[in-house]
Design a protein around this ligand. Structure first.
Ligand SMILES: Nc1nc2c(c(=O)[nH]1)N[C@H]1C(S)=C(S)[C@@H](COP(=O)(O)O)O[C@H]1N2
Ligand SMILES: [Mo]
Length: 491
């Protein structure tokens, strides 16, 4: 049903969206950290379980008294309707799937309740029923209930498949020829790779994913446009051809980091992005000197606030359409997203971007700002130990301690390791092509028997040493040294 009416009309998704939109930030960050990429699955299963329990309760009450039994479903439908109508881009038409679903569901509900009542005493009257018809009607009820469940599941399945086909941008992505870049980022130098198993460049399939989108937007490149407006001399409306032919296409290797990354965490990835410089696009539009921010909006209404200076003064900040030599994967923003080195993703990396408003921090606010996160958020210096893992049992002798460090604005100049609070020891650093990527490090430890704590800290290219002070993720990113505890065996 939602297939015909379009995005934002699926009541199930609208409820999910609303749960996400109105969840306290502690809950959404908890879900992202705890369930990672499965946070949405957990949300949907949660909604499904609640619905099933409520339906069972309503059915039980309704077999005795239809009126009170119907109150709960009616309240649920009203809540779902409110969720649909408060979703971004809501129109009355988007209520159609919910209304049709309600009529079909209500009919099935009433029929089932009638069937369940056969063989049950009417209110107050003593039972006169024979046991035989009661058993027959129970069988009939179970059959009808089963048929309803199967029918509902089949309808939902057909809807999903149809929706997938009608809204699918796979053909567009498969047929897309990435424009060539004017520069080439060299293959990963062997000297960049110091951690066994931890790739310097992250494969697209392994790249972390964080967003509030419950269904991945499907926008064919041919139907995509981005509007550049606000405090500019000329409003620009760029389509795929305009974007890729009017501006120089460049490749940049950039490490992206999520503000929700805990100390030692894995919500960071490094890729070669292909796109056009945001500085070129904004210069073409002509930016008013009173502006200090770009509010970028995705097709599903999510927004990010990026300091204008971080875009205008950057040779790397881009509107990207390529990721490691391929068109962007759908989950990573196809057809076009923003990528800005040195700023956390929530203030810079808008996927499925369709709107760039040049504005002021004083006048506009992004999605996460009223939810307890800072309006501006540069990536903080971080380093992590990837080998050995915490609680590893190791043989005595030479142990390789290695990992990754980043400050993808300035770059990393030094990494140091210490054991059991002893002196800091300099680690070897991997080669990097520039300051916009993370950097691997490696240190050989003459490990002696016993239990040990190994800690790491990094120094950025300005000489700033990573702080050991622990900070929570909200409002602008965690800090603190990563450590692992290992046991070295007696020889
Ligand atoms: N449209 C949209 N873009 C978004 C987000 C989002 O919720 N919606 N999340 C941002 C956040 S918090 C991060 S860390 C990066 C993650 O990008 P990735 O999923 O490609 O790794 O995307 C950013 N872009
Ligand atoms: Mo993020």
């Amino acid at each position: 049903m939602s297939v015909l009416v379009g995005r934002g009309s699926d009541p199930f998704l609208a409820v999910g969206d609303t749960v996400v939109r109105f969840s306290p930030k502690e809950l959404t960050s908890f879900a992202i950290e705890t369930f990672g990429s499965y946070d949405k699955l957990v949300l949907f299963v949660g909604i499904g379980v609640v619905l099933a329990l409520v339906a069972a309760a309503a059915g039980t009450i309704a077999t005795r008294r239809l009126g009170p039994g119907l109150t709960i479903p009616v309240l649920l439908v009203l809540a779902a309707g409110a969720a649909v109508l408060t979703s971004p881009g809501a129109t009355a038409l988007k209520l159609v799937p919910l209304v049709v679903g309600t009529v079909v569901g209500a009919t099935a509900f009433v029929v089932l309740v009638r069937l369940a009542r056969v063989g049950k005493p009417a209110d107050g009257s003593p039972t006169e029923q024979e046991p035989r018809p009661a058993r027959a009607s129970r069988r009939l009820f179970l059959a009808a209930a089963g048929a309803t469940a199967v029918g509902a599941a089949a309808l939902a399945g057909v809807g999903r498949v149809l929706g997938g086909t009608l809204r699918d941008a796979t053909a567009s992505r498969d047929g897309l020829a990435l424009p060539a870049a004017t520069n080439a980022v060299p293959e990963t130098p062997t000297g960049a790779q110091l951690v066994e198993g931890g790739p310097f460049r992250t494969a697209n399939a392994d790249f972390y994913r964080v967003d509030t989108a419950l269904t991945v937007p499907q926008i064919p490149a041919e139907g995509w446009t981005v509007r550049v407006h606000g405090l500019v001399d000329n409003t620009l409306e760029l389509d795929w051809n305009g974007l890729t032919s009017r501006f120089e296409v460049v490749d940049r290797e950039i490490t992206m980091v999520c503000v929700s990354n805990p100390v030692g965490g894995e919500l960071a990835g490094n890729a070669v992005w292909r796109g056009v410089r945001l500085a070129d696009v904004l210069t073409e539009a002509g930016v008013d000197p009173s502006a200090d921010m770009v509010l970028s909006t995705s097709v599903d209404g999510w927004t990010a606030s990026t300091p204008l200076a971080a875009l205008l003064d950057s040779d790397d900040a881009m509107l990207a359409f390529g990721m490691n030599g391929e068109p962007l994967p759908f989950e990573h923003g196809f057809p076009v997203r923003m990528v800005v080195p040195g700023l956390y993703g929530y203030v810079s990396a808008t996927k499925w971007v369709t709107d760039l408003k040049v504005t002021r921090f004083a006048d506009d606010e992004a999605y996460w700002t009223p939810r307890g996160y800072a309006a501006e958020a540069p990536v903080k210096t971080a380093s992590r130990i990837e080998v050995p893992e915490s609680f590893a049992q190791l043989p005595a002798g030479t142990v390789v301690v290695a990992g990754t460090a980043w400050h993808p604005g300035l770059g990393i100049d030094a990494v140091e390791v210490r054991v059991d609070g002893g002196d800091w020891q300099p680690a070897d650093l991997g080669e990097v092509g520039g300051p916009t990527t993370w950097r691997q490090w490696r240190w050989e430890w003459a490990a002696e028997p016993g239990q040990h704590t190994v800690e790491v800290r990094a120094t950025d290219a300005d000489g700033g040493i990573q702080t050991d002070e622990r900070a929570e993720i909200a409002p602008d990113g965690s800090t603190g040294w990563h450590s692992v505890v290992v046991t070295v065996a007696e020889t």
